[in-house]
Design a protein around this ligand. Structure first.
Ligand code: NAD
Length: 423
């Protein structure tokens, strides 16, 4: 039996240990465990960039393809000083399970460049993105590996990379990556998709619990892309949002936050933040919304916010993870002993990657769906996936996090077992 992998990188080690734990609980064949605990491909590229002052900086870029068992690997490209190979691998592994659970025909991948984009000019970022695109061109493609935006990247970076690779290949490659602007092969509905999916999971949980949305109070931490549309979708369904927050702090109103005004507030600010919302939104400014007494908490800001220190003070009975990894393993244990039910990130925020799959499917056919079609299909799939994990957890008496891992691993393992190890 091959020795099991360990990593000094916390993110990678957590991803591996969660996999081993779920695989053991399922009684997964040791040969499949060995295959799935390794990535198919981890590549590093150097990216020489001529800076505006005439000097040359050589950045390190990465792309990891954890698994292509179910289909092309799928995952974002991030620009951040902390990006390295192990972080990319950890995130690629999580993408494998997220895509599998979502029921879409993708494996998991992730990439990025170790850089600080906040100190780079637009031209420098363009040169860096294009060279990175050229370097990873041999291993990406609509049927092999499909990148997308991630931390500090967006539609502009995707257009630079797609344009570079299309020129190298001599033909337009719109399905090569997703997260493109609506004006250039992107999809209407994608911008709201992750938040809509997070809220859909929350609403489905309320249904399972026999609770009416208009009798529920909720807190949404983070008012960026995911948080704002989570709050809006919940509010539209009748849920009373009593707290929202962003980097400027928390905003509390026991009568319910006016979400329309919160949108107006962030859109009137060039930094897209809630500065001054306590005045226009008629609510109280507080340090942190995490500890407000409400039924549901939706952490939609960043990783690690619910941890050994903060978890004991959480009053919500149900948490739906909008962000990636908002609860640390220690936080998770504390919440479990306090009886808090958690809908895990890779189920709750999978609306983003399901939306990416819609974009790819439309690009392959050269058609464009209406926003309504997109939203209806998304909600339908999210509801089905929630139900599957709920039933799985009930049948096996495990948490939703463990059930989601097991259901996701089961699908990939079944295909690897059929296809064999020569993948
Ligand atoms: P974003 O940058 O648009 O928004 C992040 C928000 O969190 C901002 O409002 C920011 O002010 C706020 N914030 C940051 N630190 C905070 C803190 N300590 N307390 C309160 N608020 C804080 O990012 P996003 O795209 O909304 O992503 C949020 C999370 O969701 C990330 O973990 C991301 O990886 C994950 N995610 C995003 C998508 C997507 O499609 N955007 C998909 C899946 C997962």
């Amino acid at each position: 039996m091959q020795e099991r992998r360990k990593s000094t990188n916390v993110l990678l080690d957590t991803a591996l240990q969660e996999f081993y734990g779920a695989a053991d609980e399922m009684g997964l064949d040791e040969k499949l465990i060995a295959v799935l605990s390794h990535s198919e491909r981890r590549i590093q590229v150097s990216i020489p960039v001529e800076m505006d002052d005439g000097s040359v900086n050589v950045f390190e870029g990465y792309r990891v393809q954890h698994s292509t068992a179910l289909g092309p690997s799928k995952g974002g490209i991030r620009y951040d000083v902390e990006v390295d190979m192990d972080e990319c691998e950890a995130l690629a592994i999580l993408m494998t399970w997220k895509c599998s659970l979502a029921g879409i025909p993708y494996g998991g991948g992730k990439g990025g460049i170790a850089c600080d984009p906040s100190v780079m000019s637009k031209k420098e970022k363009e040169r860096m993105s294009r060279t990175y695109g050229a370097r990873i061109s041999p291993i990406v493609g609509k049927w092999s590996d499909i990148p997308a935006p991630d931390m500090n990247t967006g539609g502009q970076e995707m257009v630079w990379i797609m344009d570079t690779i299309s020129k190298m290949r001599g033909e337009l490659e719109p399905a090569l990556l997703t997260g493109k602007p609506v004006s250039y092969w992107g999809s209407r509905g994608r911008h709201e998709a992750t938040g809509r999916g997070v809220a859909t999971c929350g609403l489905e949980l309320m249904k399972e619990l026999g609770k009416r949305p208009d009798k529920i109070t909720a807190i949404v931490q983070g008012f960026g892309n995911v948080g704002s549309y989570t709050a809006k979708t919940l509010n539209d369904a009748g849920v009373k949002i009593v707290g929202i927050s962003d980097v400027t702090g928390g905003y509390y109103s026991p009568d319910g936050i006016d979400i329309r005004k919160a949108f107006e507030c962030v859109h009137s600010n060039p930094k897209r933040i809630l500065t001054g919302f306590e005045k226009v939104g008629n609510c109280e400014k507080i340090d942190d919304v995490l500890f407000i007494d409400a039924d549901f908490l939706f952490p939609c800001a960043r990783d690690g916010v619910i941890n050994r220190k903060t978890a004991p003070n959480i009053k919500a009975s149900y948490i739906v993870e909008g962000a990636n990894g908002p609860i640390t393993p220690e936080g998770d244990n504390i919440l479990a002993s306090n009886g808090v039910m958690i809908v895990p990130d890779f189920l709750a925020n999978s609306g983003g990657v399901i939306g990416s799959y819609f974009e790819w499917a439309q690009n392959l056919q050269g058609v464009f769906w209406t926003e309504e079609e997109y939203n209806n299909k998304l909600v339908h799939i999210m509801k089905g996936n929630f139900r599957r994990v709920w039933d799985y957890a009930e049948a096996r008496h495990v948490t939703m996090r463990r059930a989601a891992s097991m259901a996701a691993i089961e699908r990939v393992a079944e295909v690897v077992a059929m296809r064999g190890t020569f993948l």
